[in-house]
Design a binder for this molecule. Structure first.
Ligand SMILES: NC(=O)C1=CN([C@@H]2O[C@H](COP(=O)(O)OP(=O)(O)OC[C@H]3O[C@@H](n4cnc5c(N)ncnc54)[C@H](O)[C@@H]3O)[C@@H](O)[C@H]2O)C=CC1
Ligand SMILES: O=C(OP(=O)(O)O)[C@H](O)COP(=O)(O)O
Length: 343
């Protein structure tokens, strides 16, 4: 029997998780929820998803009826029929949903990166913490930036022991559909305090990096991708080729060359469009080959993160781990990647 998945919060992350679940042969979307009867709600129904109202309130249901968008009921009408909920609600609402809905109804739940590590049992990345999350009930899939860092640090750690990592993150200001946010014409230290929350978020997945990773971040006026510069001090004997080989061997990382036209995040997104990827998603972490450098015992590299899609395959693997559907993380990664067309 395929695992029954409810997506609560059908926004940037939720709609992508719904489509990714539909691509797998061992899980199915039992329903998706919306708070408002907008075009996304209408499209969800047109795609064949059963739509439920996220806020269990008669007035809300009436809004959908008045707009002519058919709903099957509210979240409370479906919550006990599902094996797991993937929460895609805005940050801080995920925690409220956990306390007010998922825990009282004893339903397993995955929260997203906007929530806090302390509010869940553990923190998920398919390479690092699959085994720890196996069979657990309440897990956070860490944010897009943290997922990107976990992947490249995994590759580096496989050639040499990481002693210290320093990372500068240039964060996109908003997702392309987010017309309320900025900055439009500024560079904003965010957070202005150093270190930023990204280092502790990596440690929530990889506790052995405690005291070894420090991050700082700014936000810039772009919507396409985040960009990171990593400086990693390591122990061991290795060459630049060894580092590149490790990066190329690590699942869900691709390398690109500026020399071949990948001169910016804009060009990477154009690549996603040319590939015909759904919503031009690039689920892989993208590392610029020319940026990979080894100076004495330090490794340098630059990478780009497509914020809307990098965490989607992690959500799929997290479902498999929490529902104990596959013991081997690499088998789950391979299965997810194959179904989603990820390199
Ligand atoms: N967009 C991104 O770049 C990334 C976001 N995340 C995290 O994923 C989570 C979701 O973010 P997005 O998808 O970007 O947000 P979003 O704003 O695009 O979507 C959130 C959806 O949840 C709905 N919603 C509002 N209140 C709700 C409630 N009480 N119950 C259920 N649904 C509700 C909203 O109407 C909207 O459709 C956040 O924790 C965020 O930090 C993680 C990685 C990347
Ligand atoms: O930037 C992100 O995560 P982050 O907090 O790890 O930097 C996500 O893309 C979403 O966060 P935001 O929508 O608060 O910028």
């Amino acid at each position: 029997m395929p695992a029954k998945v409810l997506i609560n919060g059908y926004g940037s992350i939720g709609k992508r998780v719904a489509d990714a679940v539909s691509m797998q042969d061992d899980m199915e979307v039992i329903g998706v929820t919306k708070t408002k009867p907008d075009f996304e709600a209408r499209l969800a129904v047109e795609k064949g998803y059963k739509l439920f109202v996220a806020i269990p309130d008669k007035e809300r249901v009436k809004l959908f009826e008045d707009a002519g968008i058919p709903v099957e009921g509210t979240i409370l009408d479906v919550i006990e029929d599902v094996d797991i909920v993937v929460d895609g609600a805005p940050k801080k609402i995920g925690k409220e949903n956990l306390e007010n809905i998922y825990k009282p109804h004893k339903v397993k739940a995955i929260l997203q990166g906007g929530e806090k590590a302390k509010d869940v049992e553990d923190n998920f990345n398919a390479l690092w913490s699959y085994d720890r999350c196996y069979g657990k009930d309440y897990i956070r899939v860490v944010s897009c930036n943290t997922t990107g860092l976990c992947r490249s640090l995994y590759a580096i750690n496989s050639v040499a022991d990481i002693k210290k990592a320093r990372v500068v993150l240039v964060r996109r200001a908003a997702d392309p559909n987010d017309d309320k946010r900025g900055p439009v014409n500024a560079i904003t230290p965010n957070p202005v305090t150093v270190p930023s929350h990204h280092g502790p978020d990596v440690v929530s997945v990889v506790p052995e990096f405690e005291g070894k990773i420090l991050t700082s971040a700014v936000i810039v006026p772009t919507t396409l991708m985040h960009q990171h510069t990593l400086m990693v001090e390591v122990d061991g004997n290795f060459s630049r080729d060894d580092v590149l080989e490790a990066i190329n061997k690590t699942p869900r990382i691709i390398t690109v060359k500026a020399d071949e036209g990948f001169t910016s995040t804009a060009k990477i997104i154009e690549y996603g469009r040319d590939l015909g990827r759904l919503r031009y998603d690039i689920n892989e972490l993208v590392v610029w080959e020319e940026s990979v450098n080894v100076l004495e015992n330090e490794i340098f590299l630059m990478q780009a993160v497509h914020q809307e899609s990098i965490v989607i395959p992690e959500n799929i693997d997290c479902i498999r781990a929490m529902l104990q559907m596959e013991e081997d993380n690499f088998k789950s990664i391979e299965k997810t990647n194959k179904a989603m067309g990820i390199q």
